[in-house]
Design a protein. Structure first.
Length: 360
């Protein structure tokens, strides 16, 4: 009888350990069974007046299951009546946790991360998918029609948030080498686009990434906090340096981190009763109420409660959830990018013939 009881206790212990291990694996950041939110065959438009082709992660994905409203790419497109072809990628764990986004190169992820990203197309895969679809649309075009199609197309390449998150726990030297490879991959893929599309006059919006330590979902400290900031600075500096030297088109580089920091500073100065000459501190649009906490909580706690609590005024929260900007931030970001590309990528001003132009 004693032996039977011991065996029963042992089996119960194994069962508990198995359940706990499975729960950890399914809810951890590094290893989630995920389902792609969009899996249909991609097609490009045969005709359009203006076109925006978007490659990126969950910050640019206009087909995710989040309810925060228009992404910045949607708002940007509405400003110059463009057709949008959006290949940015988001996926959601089967257990309703927070969405995750694509990275530049899945091969840079550790083995567990690669498994979790299996259904998420990285930049290389997104570009290949678009090129395959575009080649069909270009098949019978004349040289003049192809040139017109190229002149009316602007590309967006927007990665970095999830790349930085995948590097936070790495040794800094290892992480810095990975950053160099990922930035090189971005430019290599743009070279492939230029070669396959047959033009050295590409028009590209390239976004730098944000300081992930300011995101509500960042909860590390100590060396991980300091290394995350160093990795961010390295990422944005290298991206700026290589973009300046790129010779296959015109690049508009958007400083996403400066944009986010200005929104935070606008509220902080307003709360302190200080106004700066550049306008920060007035807190006029949208009149922020909260630039620290998310409007909607997600993740394990919400998964267990089976309810998502949403703030009363989403448009006045800088963050929609722990990892993403809210609706007003997307709108303001689009407006800032629109004013930045006008005269550079849109309605370009006459310039002497060059193989590359750079604006920031």
């Amino acid at each position: 009888m004693t032996r039977l009881s011991n065996r029963l206790y042992a089996l119960c212990a194994v069962a508990v350990c198995t359940v706990l291990t499975s729960a950890w694996l399914l809810t951890s950041r590094g290893f989630s069974d995920i389902v792609p939110l969009v899996s249909k065959t991609f097609q490009v438009a045969t005709t359009f007046d203006q076109r925006l082709v978007v490659f990126g992660d969950s910050w640019s994905d206009n087909q995710s299951d989040e309810a925060q409203g228009k992404t910045w790419t949607d708002s940007l497109c509405s400003m110059f009546s463009c057709h949008q072809e959006n290949l940015a990628q988001t996926a959601n764990p089967l257990l309703k946790g927070k969405n995750i986004g694509a990275v530049v190169d899945n091969e840079e992820l550790d083995p567990l991360g690669q498994i979790s990203q299996t259904h998420l197309a990285d930049f290389k895969s997104q570009l290949q998918q678009w090129l395959d679809a575009e080649s069909v649309a270009m098949k019978d075009l004349t040289h003049e029609e192809l040139e017109s199609r190229q002149n009316r197309t602007i590309f967006v390449v927007s990665f970095g948030v999830w790349d930085l998150f995948s590097l936070v726990t790495k040794d800094y030297d290892e992480a810095s080498k990975s950053v160099e490879r990922r930035i090189a991959t971005i430019m290599d893929q743009l070279d492939i686009l230029s070669d396959r599309w047959g033009t050295t006059e590409l028009k590209v919006i390239l976004t730098q990434t944000v300081d992930v330590t300011f995101l509500p979902g960042f909860n590390s400290a100590g060396d991980q906090y300091k290394d995350a900031v160093r990795i961010l600075e390295m990422w944005n500096k290298k991206l700026r340096d290589v973009a300046k030297e790129w010779s296959n088109g015109t690049v508009y580089l958007f400083d996403t981190n400066a944009f986010m920091m200005d929104r935070i500073r606008d509220w902080q100065l307003f709360a302190a009763g200080i106004e700066e000459e550049n306008g920060l501190g007035k807190n006029l649009d949208p009149g922020w109420e909260n630039v620290v906490e998310p409007c909607v909580e997600s993740g394990f706690r919400v998964m267990m409660s089976r309810a998502k609590k949403q703030c009363e005024h989403p448009e006045k929260y800088l963050f929609w959830n722990e990892m993403h900007l809210g609706p007003s931030a997307h709108r303001l970001m689009a407006a800032e990018i629109y004013h930045g590309i006008d005269g550079v990528l849109l309605n370009p001003k006459p310039v002497s013939k060059r193989h590359s132009r750079f604006a920031a």
